[in-house]
Design a binder for this molecule. Structure first.
Ligand SMILES: Cc1cc2nc3c(=O)[nH]c(=O)nc-3n(C[C@H](O)[C@H](O)[C@H](O)COP(=O)(O)OP(=O)(O)OC[C@H]3O[C@@H](n4cnc5c(N)ncnc54)[C@H](O)[C@@H]3O)c2cc1C
Length: 395
């Protein structure tokens, strides 16, 4: 377990988890001069590609915390996308006229996003993350939370677990949040039917188009350009025999006609899609953020971005608390804004998934797709894909 810094005291906010949400909250609190410390149960960062899409609303937050240039250097910029119906081009979508300061989506594998956020945060505030340190339990104590931390490397006996006091404990510890499970907050939601496989390969997506939705009777296939001459493919399929990389190769060849045989696969996985939300995002001085608070279907790529928007709102509420506002009033504000945002993001992800099923629409699908992509309605479709408006209040 990394030592807690010498200046750690019970006025600090303790953040559980150094994933995208925990790291972003660390940046926002550092910038606002609020004392905080992050504990992360893993020894070091993972290598999972997972989230790749970073939306314009997050680029605004990146600019605020001073990391935008680091991302622009590393990531791939997507300003346009296209839709194909059984290998025939049906229309395109352009993000550049949208009313954003940075009207494009960046793609970058999640582990590299986390690395940029982590390295920059540790440069700004050395020692602010303790790795191999898990939040195991907590209890409430007047105006503090007493948090029990455990060293993940040495499996310390009970008497060696460390207990620290904190002004607030923020669970940024992901979908299966230990912090949430130890509160009475209800967790509601369910999986959607259907499964997907994804793979990151070397090379560029077909026709030089950086983002394509291929509609096919057997299920949607999506392709995205990644930095460093790489490409992400996502395929809806119930096939589960064999390695995910081989399923991606086979289905992409069969449905889209692109041959990935000679392209090395760098990451691949199979995933289900689901939606969950805690009915409240705080319980006294215990707060939830990121996937610990809400899980959105990854189709549409919003979960990580939604978590960042929540931490942005939460950081402002925490500043007001440290300046003397009543904590429960401020946390109610965070809860009400982020609950509405999460509900909207869940609905948008569902619309996004329905677009992926367009092949099976009963109405003339070509006419509808034409309306959505090749008329002024395209603006609305583009806003939907870029999480436009979810950073505003009222949401
Ligand atoms: C296939 C796939 C594709 C996706 N694509 C996108 C996309 O393109 N765009 C997008 O916005 N979202 C996307 N998402 C969603 C995105 O990956 C998640 O929303 C994001 O990872 C949530 O970040 P988080 O920090 O809340 O949680 P996590 O990433 O789960 O991080 C939680 C952290 O907490 C640590 N932790 C857990 N328990 C403890 C404990 N007890 N004590 C201390 N630390 C602990 C974990 O080790 C981990 O580091 C995708 C998801 C999947 C599965």
């Amino acid at each position: 377990m990394n030592e807690l810094p010498d200046n750690y005291n019970s006025n600090h906010i303790l953040i559980a988890g150094a994933g995208p949400a925990g790291l972003m909250l660390g940046h926002l609190l550092h910038q606002r001069d609020i004392p905080f410390h992050i504990v992360e149960k893993n020894a070091r960062s993972h290598q999972h590609s997972r989230a790749i899409g970073i939306h314009p609303i997050s680029l605004k937050i990146f600019e605020e915390i001073g990391v935008l240039d680091l991302f622009l250097e590393d990531a791939f910029k997507i300003s346009k996308g296209a839709a194909y119906l059984e290998r025939t081009f049906v229309g395109s979508i352009d993000f550049s006229p949208l009313p954003f300061k940075h009207p494009f989506i960046l793609t970058l594998p999640q582990y590299r996003t986390e690395r940029i956020l982590r390295d920059d945060l540790l440069t700004k505030q050395p020692g602010c993350i303790s790795y191999s340190t898990a939040v195991e339990d907590f209890k409430r104590d007047k105006d503090k939370v007493r948090v029990r931390l455990r060293d993940q490397c040495t499996h310390t006996p009970d008497e060696m677990a460390l207990e620290v006091a904190a002004s607030f404990l923020v669970g940024c510890d992901g979908k299966n949040s230990q912090v949430r499970q130890k509160t009475s907050l209800q967790w509601e939601g369910s999986p959607y039917p259907g499964t997907y496989v994804m793979g990151d390969f070397q090379g560029r997506p077909p026709n030089g188009i950086p983002a394509i939705i291929h509609l096919h009777p057997d299920g949607v296939v999506e392709s995205f350009a990644l930095p460093k001459n790489r490409q992400r493919w996502v395929v809806k399929t119930d096939r589960n025999a064999g390695a995910p990389s081989n399923i991606v190769r086979g289905e992409v060849q069969r449905r889209v006609g692109s041959n990935l045989t000679d392209h090395r696969c760098l990451h691949s996985s199979r995933f289900g899609i689901e939606r969950y939300k805690a009915h409240k995002f705080f319980d006294g001085r215990i707060i939830l953020a990121g996937d610990a608070a809400h899980v959105v279907s990854p189709i549409g790529g919003q979960g990580m971005n939604l978590g960042w928007m929540g931490t942005r709102t939460l950081a402002d509420c925490l500043v007001s608390i440290y300046r003397g506002s009543t904590y429960s009033d401020q946390l109610k504000i965070y809860d009400s804004i982020q609950q509405r945002r999460a509900s909207k993001a869940i609905t948008r992800a569902e619309i996004n998934m329905k677009l992926g099923q367009a092949y099976h629409w009963k109405l003339p699908r070509r006419v509808l797709l034409n309306l959505l992509l090749n008329t002024p309605l395209e603006r609305i479709t583009a806003r939907l894909f870029t999480m436009h408006g979810l950073d505003r209040w009222p949401v």
